[in-house]
Design a binder for this molecule. Structure first.
Ligand code: CA2
Length: 165
């Protein structure tokens, strides 16, 4: 079965590449979507890509992913630091969830260092810029065992071996 990936973006990310390029770069969210769509197509999967400035809408999409997606990739933006509603919704999703931040949130001030959502996700990628989304798509496909054989073996290899006693 082709894998189904849902990518969610939180508030103000619609302004990427348009406002404050000195902080968030010049790549637009549409360009990120196009790159992700190209990679997902190469993998043979399907992509749902959404952005909202509204917490409830993001919660609705997370809930709908229970029926429509095998993995969630989410940049919660400012809701990373506040949203118990999104945390609760993510906990109900059974597949892998990968949290992405364009910037390195750990290099920021105290308020922007601790994402409330990270405790409910499988992995966090931050500081890679828009390329973080591409790494996340690849990692989600890897977690689902869906990277095609045409991909280089090191990208497909299982890296975590049980510790020897
Ligand atoms: O680095 C990220 O991806 C963030 O999730 C971006 C959030 C920020 O609150 C997080 O700490 C880290 C902010 C997104 C705001 O996006 C804008 C884009 C252009 C202009 C203004 C805001």
């Amino acid at each position: 079965m082709p894998i189904r990936i849902m990518i969610l973006n939180g508030p103000n990310l619609n302004l990427l590449g348009v406002r404050e390029p000195h902080i968030y770069g010049t790549t637009t969210l549409s360009e990120i979507e196009a790159s992700c769509a190209e990679l997902v197509k190469t993998i043979g999967g399907s992509l749902a890509f959404h952005q909202s400035n509204h917490e409830g809408q993001l919660v609705d999409w997370i809930q709908s992913a229970r029926e429509t997606a095998d993995a969630i990739i989410i940049n919660p933006a400012a809701y990373s630091f506040t949203s118990i509603a999104m945390l609760d919704a993510l906990k109900t999703f059974e597949g892998p969830v990968i949290e992405v931040h364009i910037s390195n949130i750990h290099a920021r001030d105290e308020h922007h260092r601790h994402s409330k959502l990270s405790g409910a996700v499988k992995a966090v990628i931050c500081g890679l810029g828009p390329y973080g989304y591409i790494v996340a798509v690849q990692a989600a496909a890897h977690m689902l065992g869906a990277l095609p054989e045409g991909f280089p073996k090191p990208l497909r290899a299982e890296v975590s071996k049980p510790a020897k006693r």
